[in-house]
Design a protein around this ligand. Structure first.
Ligand code: BTN
Length: 239
């Protein structure tokens, strides 16, 4: 894959046909914004130790190295990346995208992308997986939320490189805002896409109504009138 970066993210750009995980192709010595991408991962990983699987050549599988300044919470980066991916996916599909806390991008209630932020010394490697050209049978079955690709959503097969260039440009833009002002600075793009808001949910033994993703990237839940915030966890939700 050849990438034409629009800004400073994607320089350098390292592409391999196959690797265990793009998360392991970046080095703490790489400059901020360095990107690694692959056509195929043999040990792609998702949150909570799950596997992330996509047939070779069908998806965007990439990792970006970031160096958040002191005072910013690295855990918020999966939401920053979520906003960037949601923007780029919306532009591509001309449909709205939602963010399911903490790291899923949904279109029509189906997951089209996932983010994974992993700490490396003073850096954070943010992994992004976007289902682009998979057909229905290529996607994992029986997941919640159900999986979709851009192609199963609108029937269009796309070049991945221009979409990746848009994702990186959006990430750079939202990351710069976040560096300066935290999630507050991008909250208009985050809060408006909050998929869980107002839904009945359960997480870590708590059942209640999701109030919002707060400005520190936590999930606020109303549990019988008592407001709690959750730093991380696996959320199940009702329709
Ligand atoms: C999730 O939804 O659980 C997160 C998925 C993150 C997948 C991407 S694909 C590129 C990068 N390399 C990996 O091994 N994982 C991330």
């Amino acid at each position: 894959m050849e990438l034409e970066p629009e800004g400073r993210f994607g320089r350098p750009f390292r592409f391999v046909r196959s690797c265990p995980s793009t998360q392991d192709l970046l080095d703490p010595a790489d400059p901020e914004g360095a990107v690694a991408a692959a056509d195929e991962q043999t040990a792609g990983r998702g949150r909570l130790g799950r596997a992330w699987v996509a047939p070779a050549g069908t998806a965007i599988l990439c990792s970006v190295i970031l160096r958040p300044p002191e005072g910013r919470r690295p855990v918020e980066l999966s939401l920053v990346a979520g906003v960037a991916v949601a923007d780029a996916v919306e532009e591509a599909l001309d449909l709205s995208a939602q963010i399911k806390w903490p790291n899923d991008v949904l279109v029509n209630r189906k997951k089209v992308a996932g983010m994974l932020a992993e700490a490396r010394d003073d850096a954070v490697v943010v992994g992004i997986g976007i289902n682009v050209n998979q057909e229905r049978d290529d996607l994992p079955a029986d997941t919640v939320p159900p999986a979709a690709s851009l192609r199963t959503t609108d029937g269009v097969e796309r070049e991945r490189a221009p979409l990746l260039a848009r994702v990186l440009a959006r990430l750079e833009q939202h990351y710069d805002l976040w560096r300066e002002g935290g999630l507050d600075a991008i909250y208009i793009d985050l809060g408006s896409r909050d998929f869980l808001r107002g839904r009945r949910i359960a997480v870590d033994g708590l059942a209640g109504t999701a109030v919002q993703i707060d400005r520190e990237g936590r999930l606020e839940i109303d549990v019988g009138g008592d407001h709690r915030t959750i730093e991380s966890g696996e959320v199940t939700y009702e329709r």
